[in-house]
Design a protein around this ligand. Structure first.
Ligand code: 5GP
Ligand code: ZN
Length: 121
C-alpha cells in the first residue's frame, strides 16, 4: 500500500515528530496553515472517522489535549481548532487530526524546523 503517512510511521519519510507512543504519532504539518500546525495519526493504518476504532479515537483526543498544553506552553497560542477531513475533502487517505493554533497577534509563518525546535526544547 502506497500510504505517505504509513511511510512516515516507518521512518521512510522524515517528519518533525513532537510526540509518539505505541498508538499514535504527532508531527508538524509540512505545509502549515499557522505556526505549530500539528497532525495526530494512528500508527495502525485506517482511513477516516468511520474506520478508526473507538479506543484509538479516544486516545487521539487525549493526545490532542496533551498537545494543546504543549502548544500553550511553548508557542503561547491563544486558540486551537481541531479538524479531521473525510471523503472528498480528505487529501491523505490515512486518518489524521489537524490541530491548528490561533494567535491574537498577527503571526508570520516561520520555517517548520524553527517551530519544531521551539516545541521540543
Ligand atoms: P487533509 O486535506 O488530507 O486533511 O490534509 C493533509 C495534510 O497533510 C495537509 O495539511 C498536508 O500539508 C499534510 N501533508 C501531506 N504530505 C505530508 C508529508 O509528507 N509530511 C507532512 N509533515 N505533512 C504532509
Ligand atoms: Zn497509512
Amino acid at each position: 500500500m502506497d500510504c505517505i503517512f504509513c511511510k512516515i510511521i516507518k521512518g521512510e519519510i522524515p517528519s518533525y515528530t513532537v510526540y509518539e507512543d505505541q498508538i499514535v504519532k504527532v508531527f508538524l504539518d509540512i505545509n502549515p496553515d499557522t505556526n505549530g500546525h500539528l497532525l495526530i495519526i494512528p500508527k495502525k493504518h485506517c482511513l477516516g472517522l468511520a474506520e478508526i476504532d473507538d479506543n484509538t479515537l479516544l486516545h487521539v483526543m487525549k493526545i490532542a489535549r496533551k498537545m494543546e498544553t504543549l502548544l500553550k506552553e511553548k508557542l503561547k497560542i491563544d486558540g486551537l481548532t481541531l479538524i479531521q477531513n473525510n471523503g472528498s475533502v480528505q487529501e491523505v487517505k490515512h486518518y489524521h487530526l489537524h490541530l491548528k493554533p490561533h494567535y491574537n497577534e498577527k503571526n508570520v509563518i516561520k520555517p517548520v524546523d524553527e517551530i519544531y525546535n521551539m516545541l521540543i526544547n
